[in-house]
Design a protein. Structure first.
Length: 268
């Protein structure tokens, strides 16, 4: 049996013992939750969950600008990458010495189900791996249904989700983040954008938003930023939001759906 990744490349079930490098933080966490921690041999410095596992793994730099020769020395059988998070030219260089480069690109919330199936299938030589993938899918469906039921009872709201300041950057509606927000009944601003992470006119868009959401990543917005914005935009309601729960896919998406359900319930 074969499974297709985000660029349509077909992958067989790996019959030997894998050596996996993950260059995507959320995928590192997912691999651990699939029971593949012992097969991880490298990660980025941003792969921080779960700490007790990743702290023993060699760090290869960032998701962009990773140390390719250090990665080569690890002799991986598989490297996991993402279209948004890794540079195309750096990923292309991996094909010269990595037997299997697995490309991911979840955009819709339900793309997580295909992701569980993809990795559970490729690394399912141990039946427990596929069993864990099925369990994650069941947990995802449960939390997704609970969020959908809640969303159906609430009015939709417009939100401005900020990921950076100086300049102020938000998210376009074709991003995974925006799709997660939409699942909670929050339609992100701007409505249209040629860029996936556009610079925005904060006062103008804040005036259109029911809520201003300040993410904890990649820019670490804190309480002091809420106080500053309260002075600049006194009529705008703003709150902090856990960026990992909204932008990390994989197994974190399950907790993300539950987190959004709780957050939406307390924000009228």
């Amino acid at each position: 049996m074969q499974w297709s990744d985000a660029i349509g490349k077909r992958h067989d079930r790996y019959a030997e013992t894998p050596r996996i490098v993950s260059l995507v933080p959320s995928l590192t966490e997912l691999l651990v939750d699939l029971g593949l921690a012992e097969h991880l041999v490298g990660r980025t410095g941003f792969c921080v969950h779960p700490r007790h596992v990743v702290r023993r793994l060699p760090k290869l730099g960032g998701t962009k600008g990773f140390a390719i020769e250090k990665l080569r020395a690890l002799a991986p059988t598989h490297v996991l990458v993402n279209i948004d998070e890794n540079r195309r030219e750096e990923v292309a260089a991996l094909h010269a010495f990595v037997p299997q480069v697995i490309v991911t690109h979840p955009l819709a919330v339900r793309d997580n189900l295909a992701l569980y199936q993809l990795l559970g299938g490729i690394f399912g030589r141990d039946p427990q791996v596929e069993a864990r993938a099925r369990a994650l899918a069941a947990d995802f469906e449960r939390e997704s249904a609970a969020l959908s039921a809640q969303t159906a009872t609430l009015p939709r709201q417009k939100v401005l989700y900020l990921i950076w300041q100086q300049p102020w950057l938000s998210v376009a509606r074709d991003t995974y983040i925006s799709q997660m927000l939409a699942a909670a009944g929050w339609d992100s601003l701007p409505v249209e954008s040629a860029l996936r992470y556009p610079e925005v006119d904060l006062p103008a868009l804040a005036g259109q938003a029911d809520w201003l959401l300040l993410s904890s990543e990649p820019y670490p917005f804190r309480e002091k930023h809420l106080r500053q914005l309260a002075e600049q935009l006194p009529s705008t309601r703003a709150t902090l939001i856990d960026g990992e729960m909204v932008s990390w896919y994989g197994s974190r998406a399950i907790r993300g759906l539950a987190y959004l359900r709780r957050l939406r319930a307390r924000l009228p």
